[in-house]
Ligand binder design. Structure first.
Ligand SMILES: Nc1ncnc2c1ncn2[C@@H]1O[C@H](COP(=O)(O)OP(=O)(O)OP(=O)(O)O)[C@@H](O)[C@H]1O
Ligand SMILES: [Mg+2]
Length: 308
């Protein structure tokens, strides 16, 4: 069953201009996207920088205004409630932030950082709270001794785990993971990703997994949506996207993934050249007025593409 449904979501930011600061136009960060997430599932949200990925995540968390559209949680329209603090919805839906450095308060100890959501939503005694924080630290592979330290005393990978511990503290049903590992070394990336997978299996959490790294997404997500210019250009299963990319933008994105097999490198470079030539020649057929992404149309029960 779908736990979260997003319907025709639009988020437009006003642009102030002139000396009077009047609104002279809008940045259409998200311009009409529809998708749903099932219980325990991981959906990958992929697209280039500025395409609107974080804005989708933030609107689900109530961290930005919504221009129009609907958000449903367990079938109920909660669009007007997502910004209300301490609602049951805000307990069930958490976020791991793109910029972990600035999302952890440098003046707070790890204990207080992880306990913050618990203090907002649970009525724990000090001892119960400490027990839960120790438990959370061990879930993400950190020793309980770390509770009294400050964020600067940790490596990037450890800090990311603290962010994960905080996000799972309230046993949420959904976590928006916004580029959770892109600031990390490859070896540490794998550790954090595997942790996320383990926790998901154990707690049955669904993830909206935002990334521009198609390798990471392939490892994590059974379903994907590809975003460009504030809209979805393609949606499908991992199979649909990686083996049967149909939108010209997705094709180019997939072709850009380097082939790790050195024997295939020359063939892959040729293939990529062909895809790029096709992109230059046929791009206009996939965008209205050279920019606007068409509505998604189903081409199979699992696969849809934005075509005229
Ligand atoms: N608060 C804001 N006010 C004005 N414009 C904004 C605001 N937040 C985002 N935008 C604009 O909306 C667009 C989408 O931004 P967003 O952060 O969602 O992109 P993104 O896909 O997450 O990119 P990245 O991969 O770089 O994180 C960008 O053009 C950005 O400048
Ligand atoms: Mg972002």
């Amino acid at each position: 069953m779908a736990i979260l449904e997003v319907k025709d979501l639009k988020v437009h930011f006003p642009i102030a201009g002139g000396i009077l600061g009047r609104t002279v136009g809008y940045v259409k960060a998200v311009d009409g996207v529809t998708f749903s997430i099932n219980e325990g599932e991981t959906i990958g949200l992929v697209g280039e920088s500025g395409s609107g990925k974080s804005t989708i995540g933030k609107s689900i968390l109530g961290l930005t205004h919504i221009t129009s559209g609907q958000i449903l949680y367990n079938g109920q329209d909660i669009t007007r409630q997502v910004r209300k603090n301490r609602s049951p919805y805000r307990k069930s839906v958490q976020m791991i932030f793109q910029d972990v450095y600035s999302s952890l308060n440098p003046r707070k100890r790890v204990l207080d950082i992880i306990a913050e959501p618990l203090r907002n939503f649970e009525k724990f005694t000090k001892a119960e709270e400490r027990k839960r924080v120790d438990e959370l630290l061990s879930i993400v592979g950190l020793s309980p001794d770390n509770a009294s330290k400050y964020p600067f005393e940790f490596s990037g990978g450890q800090r990311q785990r603290i962010g994960v511990a905080r996000a799972i503290a309230l046993k949420p049903k959904l976590i928006v993971c916004d580029e959770p590992v892109s600031a990390l070394d490859l070896s540490v990336q794998a550790q954090v990703l595997n942790h996320l997978k383990d926790i998901q299996k154990e707690l049955g959490i669904a993830y909206l997994f935002i990334s521009h790294d198609l390798g990471v997404v392939r490892h994590m997500c059974e379903n994907l949506v590809i975003m460009h210019n504030a809209r979805f250009v393609e949606a499908g299963t991992r199979e649909d996207i990686y083996n049967n990319a149909t939108h010209i933008y997705t094709q180019r994105l997939i072709a850009a993934i380097p082939d790790i097999d050195p024997r295939k490198r020359i063939a892959h470079a040729e293939y990529r050249k062909g895809i790029n030539e096709n992109y230059e020649a046929n791009r206009d057929k996939f965008y209205r007025d050279g920019y606007q992404v068409y509505d998604l149309k189903p081409i199979s029960p699992t696969h849809s593409v934005a075509i005229p």
